[in-house]
Design a protein around this ligand. Structure first.
Ligand SMILES: CC(C)(COP(=O)(O)OP(=O)(O)OC[C@H]1O[C@@H](n2cnc3c(N)ncnc32)[C@H](O)[C@@H]1OP(=O)(O)O)[C@@H](O)C(=O)NCCC(=O)NCCS
Length: 193
């Protein structure tokens, strides 16, 4: 999928100006693209992957991607699969889950897709799974991801010193979280505008 880019670092297209962004259950047909994307150093280094995924392991992940503890979704831009968002470590007692995301299709990055997909994953977590909090970790140099998370309500809650290996270099990892109440307040404020 080709999307117009601006001259600067910020994308020209707002979410509303591009095809609709939706989440769909992961299917075996998504596996080849996932394996390809997780082999892209931009994705693998920022996620902190320790090994290269295989088709067999990815199919097994997809088979177990909709359980009490894991809820993984394909990110669709119109009809095109462009990435994956995952809620895992779902803890019903505390009411929390961890979030991961990547936009695997490089052309789809920087156009509001990640922000919208995280917002949809939060709606899934809070409205459907009835959770209280979503948390994640991100290395301190991943400015785009940090901005994406902040833009939907995540706040930095802690710093894990030297807990991320980025191309062999130890960097700090940030712990970020968002509460259901924060998202609800932001939604109400938008409705009043
Ligand atoms: C991080 C990622 C999911 C963000 O998705 P995206 O579609 O590229 O981001 P968006 O276009 O939705 O941008 C969301 C916000 O971040 C900002 N942003 C995006 N990339 C940026 C960058 N490189 N530097 C600074 N800000 C950036 C946007 O301007 C936007 O801010 P705004 O809400 O104030 O306008 C995506 O770039 C990605 O998958 N990267 C590789 C894998 C990765 O890092 N995953 C996260 C691991 S924790």
């Amino acid at each position: 999928m080709s999307l117009a880019r601006g001259r600067g670092r910020r994308p020209v297209a707002a979410t509303q100006a591009i095809p609709s962004i939706t989440l769909a259950p992961l299917r075996p047909a998504h596996a080849p693209a996932i394996v390809r994307w997780l082999g892209d150093p931009v994705v693998s280094a920022n996620l902190g992957l320790r090994s290269r995924p295989t088709l067999v392991r990815t199919r097994a992940f997809i088979a177990g991607s909709n359980t009490a503890a894991v809820c993984a979704r394909a990110i669709l831009l119109g009809a095109h699969h462009v990435g994956t968002v995952v809620l895992d470590q779902i803890d019903r007692h505390i009411g929390r889950a961890r979030l991961h995301i990547y936009i695997g299709d490089a052309e789809a990055r920087g156009h509001g897709v990640g922000k919208r997909a995280v917002a949809l994953a939060l709606a899934l977590a809070f409205d459907e799974l009835d959770l209280h909090k979503v948390w994640l970790t991100v290395h301190e140099r991943n400015a785009g991801a940090i901005r994406t998370y902040e833009s939907v309500g995540f706040a930095i809650e802690g710093r894990h010193r030297s807990e991320f290996l980025l191309d062999g270099e130890r960097v700090d990892e940030l712990y970020m979280g968002v509460l259901r109440s924060t998202v609800q307040v932001r939604k109400s404020a938008r409705r009043r505008r």
